[in-house]
Design a protein around this ligand. Structure first.
Ligand code: ACO
Length: 306
């Protein structure tokens, strides 16, 4: 038996905020942001609930399913709209489902952790899981801090994962957490994000490379076997450093941060959905999904697209 991805969807706000617009109120410039991060614009708006519900409904439609076909909803987010109830509960009502619903938080790695949890649920008898990654990080940044305000955007991305008798899309996983790095990227209740950007950068490259190699080894593959790498979209220079160390051409990396910035839990499903719609992954091909986030947390997985 195995787990199969059967539908994908996204939910992104309409409002585009360019680097030039940010430089009207911040001591920054399009040149600095583009060169140092690769980000040119981001989308801002919605709530975690609305972004997630839009993505979830789109994934269900893509899978050809209705709300009553889903047995479990997982919402991967570090920016829930409320302490209680969970965003998953509210999204369950919005899309008209009646199954159990739960939030999970591993910061920007939340979606990948969610894939692992959904895989475990399916392996223990749950038939279909709707996994949604949604974050509204722009509600939690200090808009006078140029070190963080330029990095983030809002968005949602979702997938349907189903039990399969004969197909298995998930070949391997490598997850990790280092709780001693809590203070390098953090946001207290009611406060805004603080970050030691250089330290996050340094640790992210190391964690993503090591976990990608472990996931490749677990799948019995080498980097040359990959058709695509779908990395967390935090900084183009992090992605370039990872690709170089893994010996993977940047042509194989899916890049969306130029248009959407860092959308946290939704960055990997958003990138996957865009790559799929552009025909960049074909049946039978291998893709590496890999990300990192506050915690620090990291997660990599090799999937074979069926
Ligand atoms: N515009 C202009 N200048 C800026 C800006 C800006 N937006 N931001 C910082 N600078 C300045 C700094 O003040 C500094 O000036 P100084 O030398 O006079 O002190 C100079 O640029 C260089 O700063 P660095 O921090 O060394 O710049 P760096 O090249 O490291 O880029 C960045 C900073 C983009 C934050 C980078 O370190 C990075 O991307 N780190 C990883 C961040 C990340 O991935 N965060 C998300 C994690 S996922 C999650 O869980 C949310």
């Amino acid at each position: 038996m195995g787990v199969r991805f059967t539908g994908w969807g996204i939910g992104i706000p309409d409002r585009v905020v360019t680097n030039d617009e940010l430089s009207l109120t911040l001591d920054t410039s399009d040149a600095w942001i583009s060169e140092r991060t690769g980000i040119r614009e981001r989308r801002i708006g919605g709530t975690t609930r609305t972004l997630g519900a839009t993505a979830g409904a789109a994934a269900l439609e893509d899978a050809g399913l209705g709300p009553s076909d889903i047995d479990f909803i997982l919402v991967a987010t570090s920016t829930p709209d409320r302490m209680a109830p969970s965003t998953a509960s509210m999204i369950q009502a919005d899309i008209g489902a009646t199954c159990p619903a739960l939030d999970l938080n591993a910061a920007c790695s939340s979606f990948m952790y969610g894939v692992r949890v959904a895989q475990g649920l399916i392996e223990t008898g749950t038939k279909r899981v709707l996994l949604i990654g949604a974050d509204r990080l722009t509600g939690w940044v200090d808009w006078s801090d140029r070190n963080t305000a330029v990095l983030f955007g809002d968005g949602g991305g979702a997938c349907v994962m189903e039990y399969s008798e004969d197909v298995n899309d998930i070949l391997s996983f490598s997850l990790g957490t280092d709780g001693t790095a809590t203070e390098i990227l953090s946001c207290h209740h009611g406060d805004t994000f603080t970050m030691d950007g250089r330290e996050v950068f340094r640790r992210a490259v190391r964690a993503v490379v090591d976990s990608s190699l472990e996931a490749l080894e677990g799948a019995g593959l080498s980097a040359d076997d990959l058709s695509l790498i779908i990395p967390h979209q935090a900084n183009i220079r992090i992605i370039q450093a990872v690709a170089e160390r893994l010996g993977i051409s940047m042509d194989k990396a899916v890049i969306t941060l130029d248009r959407y910035g860092n959308t946290s839990s939704s960055s990997i499903p958003l990138a996957f959905d865009i790559a799929r719609k552009e025909g960049r992954i074909k049946p039978g091909e291998y893709a590496l999904l890999t990300g990192f986030g506050a915690g620090m947390t990291w997660a990599s997985s090799i999937i074979r697209w069926s």
